[in-house]
Write a protein that binds this ligand. Structure first.
Ligand SMILES: *[C@@H]1O[C@H](CO)[C@@H](O)[C@H](O)[C@H]1NC(C)=O
Ligand SMILES: *[C@@H]1O[C@H](CO)[C@@H](O)[C@H](O)[C@H]1NC(C)=O
Ligand SMILES: *[C@@H]1O[C@H](CO)[C@@H](O)[C@H](O)[C@H]1NC(C)=O
Length: 275
């Protein structure tokens, strides 16, 4: 760099630190802003029924090609649920900058054709510039406890709860995941100690435990003898949340948890069981 350039930069108030950080994605890594923008791309694809913008983001790497699954079955984006325009009434996303991944819950209760509740995990390269994988669970009439208008009603009630946690009160990724794992382990091991919080509410399909009272408990029983395996997590420390896509015995399922001070506060499930 010439002396003239340096003089010019310093007269503009631009020091070497500014100079050292050009606008390349690799210098910025995986940011919440980039992940949030990708979830907005997903939402507009679903709203319009056009996945083109996501197809454009797919990795071009031929040794580890892009993967798309729907209800745990391999498909392509151009034959996916994203080609069906869906009216979105409510959405909420977890942003995981460590794994460069997202989870988005989409509630469509007032769609003129088919109400649906959709959960989507997206995974990116370390700079959030290329899409490596999308997994989607699509629930609709016929699925376990499905009732999109009830889901919408409770999700709206929870909007004031599912907010960012003040920095000084945030749990680590390990603590958040451990709380979710303990709950999932309980289905196959009654000795597991689950960090129940009070209040706590479970939204399973359209069914709600509790009445929105300070005394509500999530410790109201789970089936036993159900191994919950192949867990793929998305963890957001800011929202104190973890979502896990799992094999619930034999069926595709998502369990999402809001954790506060290490304890379970909210549980959301999506279970694909229609024939
Ligand atoms: C998703 O939710 C946010 C509020 O959390 C809202 O501002 C946005 O408009 C929603 N997007 C869609 C496509 O409905
Ligand atoms: C779905 O939930 C709504 C609101 O809670 C309720 O009014 C309706 O009866 C439910 N529908 C079915 C089919 O259970
Ligand atoms: C069940 O959970 C308890 C408590 O965490 C643990 O000690 C035990 O090893 C678990 N049993 C099995 C079979 O995993």
């Amino acid at each position: 760099m010439t002396r003239l350039t340096l003089t010019l930069l310093s007269s503009l108030g631009l020091g070497s630190l500014t100079l050292a950080a050009p606008f390349s994605p690799s210098a910025e890594g995986c940011t919440r802003e980039a992940l949030k923008a990708h979830t907005e791309t997903l939402l507009s694809a679903q709203t319009s029924g056009n996945p083109a913008a996501l197809i454009a983001l797919q990795t071009a790497d031929t040794t580890t090609p892009f993967i798309y699954t729907e209800d745990f079955k391999s498909k392509t984006l151009s034959s996916s649920i994203l080609t069906t325009a869906q009216k979105i009434d409510h959405n909420r996303s977890l942003l995981d900058t460590t794994q460069c991944a997202t989870y988005t819950e989409i509630i469509s209760a007032t769609d003129p054709n088919t109400p649906r509740v959709i959960g989507t995990q997206m995974r990116f390269d370390s700079t959030a510039s290329k899409l490596l994988k999308i997994e989607t669970l699509v629930t609709q009439p016929g699925d376990w406890l499905f009732n999109a208008s009830a889901t919408l009603r409770y999700a709206r009630q929870e909007e004031t709860i599912w907010v960012p946690i003040p920095e000084s009160e945030r749990d680590s990724r390990a603590v958040i995941q451990a709380a979710g794992d303990a709950y999932l382990d309980l289905f196959n091991n009654k000795s597991v100690v689950v960090p129940w919080g009070t209040p706590c509410q479970r939204l399973e399909g359209g069914a709600y435990t509790g009445r929105g009272l300070p005394t509500d408990s999530c410790n109201v029983g789970v089936p036993s003898g159900v191994p919950i395996t192949n867990r793929r997590y998305v963890i957001d420390e800011v929202l104190g949340s973890v979502d896990a896509f799992v094999q619930f015995a034999s069926v595709p399922d998502s369990h999402e948890f809001r954790v506060e001070k290490g304890k379970l506060r909210l549980v959301h499930t999506l279970t694909v069981m229609r024939k």
